[in-house]
Write a protein that binds this ligand. Structure first.
Ligand SMILES: Cc1cc2nc3c(=O)[nH]c(=O)nc-3n(C[C@H](O)[C@H](O)[C@H](O)COP(=O)(O)OP(=O)(O)OC[C@H]3O[C@@H](n4cnc5c(N)ncnc54)[C@H](O)[C@@H]3O)c2cc1C
Length: 437
């Protein structure tokens, strides 16, 4: 795989005939759900079409942040911060998690006031979130100040999902790689199994955690899940002595890596490749596009034809689109990354000597309100969906897995799941965009 080098997870050789729950997708959400379900004593099989963590969950920036989250995600994220802090001990493996602080800089008085007002969302959580003056931010010219949370942190995306998957296996979960889930089977309207490319697995519940593929999988099961892909390009540098805390600014975003280098990208320049689905969901995504239009580059190219050719419905006894693309590995946008490095070297001169070690890109799976779906599918008993994390699912992943497990087992949920329900897109609710993607 040309993307970042992920700690390899060897999949199980045998496929179980029958479990309690099948999880589709071996990203941070699928593996966290599998770990929680296995800890609850359920028999779990996780099916991943490629390798564990090979898509978004290894390609992301590695930020574990509560700062500037959509208020609907704050309670869940505060649980995630606690879970990350204990993840090394729980999994017996290194996830690279450290608390290092994250800073969002404010280029204008207006953005300073908005960031300051955001602090109300975390009052009472015992965090040190505060505004810091411009002079404390570093070398950024004209910056008015920054929103800073010392308890925010970072983890290593190439290690975290594999560590959690192995921990789920330690507790009895079956981890199946190179094993696409083709679709669900129902009996009297309720889930009774999953057909995979390696055979059928009987189960009473399925959790779809398919990241950027979830819309396609759900569609074949007759469930409309509005979701589009947004491309973000990333690079990493060779080791370099520089800032320890993580910084978001106009024109660049960086964090220190465990290997001594930096992961660097732009949060203000994302690409949307126009595909047939863009038109289908244009109305649903209009508020998000209005909110984010400055940061989105709309592009039409080969992806349009490629997506048009993908079948939207299929039978379960023949290869599916999931078997045709094991790992989504889009090309990074070099022009964006070159611009990012110039901006960064201007404001933090230490980066002028940075040597780029690798570039890659990832498709962010976005929902119309940039808030995930963590929800049962009301009209298909036993079908659950955890997806659409809209560019912030790595940090919140462990808690999202716990919440999903609560919904499957019927335990008291970790947080009120109402804001994450799938039906908000169809029940006439007003779709509110707060943070964008
Ligand atoms: C460039 C970039 C930067 C980001 N930065 C951050 C960040 O700093 N902090 C943060 O919190 N979030 C960040 N994110 C978002 C975060 O990475 C995602 O929200 C998160 O990883 C989503 O996890 P997931 O498990 O839902 O999806 P994924 O990691 O994409 O995993 C889904 C998996 O499902 C598999 N799959 C799909 N369909 C099937 C099928 N039918 N059968 C079997 N397997 C299937 C896929 O192969 C894939 O491995 C970023 C994302 C990107 C792309």
């Amino acid at each position: 795989m040309p993307g970042p080098l992920v700690v390899p997870v060897q999949g199980d050789e045998t496929v179980p005939r029958d479990v309690d729950v099948v999880v589709i997708g071996g990203g941070i959400i699928g593996v966290s759900t599998a770990l929680e379900l296995a800890d609850d004593g359920l028999r779990v099989a996780l099916c991943e079409k490629g390798g564990i963590g090979h898509e978004q969950s290894s390609r992301n920036w590695g930020w574990v942040r509560i700062t500037r989250r959509d208020p609907r995600e704050v309670a869940l994220m505060s649980h995630a911060m606690r879970l990350w802090a204990g993840m090394g001990a729980r999994t017996g493996r290194d996830t690279g998690y450290v608390r290092s602080g994250i800073m969002f800089t404010c280029p204008t008085d207006r953005s300073y006031a908005e960031h300051e007002a955001w602090i109300d969302n975390v009052r009472g959580l015992g965090l040190g979130t505060r505004m810091v003056p411009g002079a404390a931010v570093g070398g950024i010219d004209g910056v008015k100040g920054a929103l800073f949370t010392p308890e925010d942190g970072r983890a290593e995306p190439q290690k975290a999902a594999p560590a959690i998957a192995e921990a789920a296996r330690d507790r009895g979960a079956h981890i199946l790689t190179g094993c696409a889930g083709r679709g669900i089977e129902t009996s009297a309207g309720a889930v009774s199994g999953v057909v995979t490319e390696r055979g059928r697995i009987g189960c009473r519940a399925v959790v779809l955690a398919g990241g950027a593929w979830s819309n396609l999988f759900a569609g074949n099961a007759g469930v409309d899940l509005p979701q589009l892909r947004v491309l973000n390009s990333v690079l990493r540098t060779e080791p370099l002595a520089g800032p320890e805390h993580t910084v978001w600014a106009m024109g660049f975003a960086f964090r220190k890596r465990q290997d001594g280098g930096y992961t660097i990208a732009s949060g203000h320049e994302n690409v949307v490749n126009i595909v047939p689905k863009t038109f289908r969901y244009a109305r649903a995504f209009l508020p998000a596009l209005r909110h984010e239009w400055r940061s989105l580059k709309l592009r039409i190219g080969a992806d349009f034809i490629a997506e048009a050719r993908i079948p939207k419905r299929w039978s379960l006894d023949a290869p599916t689109p999931f078997e045709a693309v094991r790992v989504l590995d889009p090309a990074p946008d070099r022009a964006i990354l070159d611009r990012v490095m110039r901006n960064l070297a201007r404001d933090f001169p230490v980066f002028a000597q940075a040597r780029v070690a690798q570039r890659w890109a990832g498709y962010i799976d976005a929902t119309p309100d940039a808030v995930p779906v963590i929800s049962p599918v009301d009209h298909v008993p036993g079908f659950f969906i955890a997806t659409g994390f809209s560019g912030h699912g790595f940090g919140i992943g462990p808690a999202a897995g716990r919440l999903m497990a609560d919904l499957v087992t019927g335990r008291a949920p970790l947080v009120d799941p109402a804001d994450f329900r799938l039906s908000r897109f169809t029940d006439g609710s007003k779709i509110k965009v707060v943070t964008g993607f």
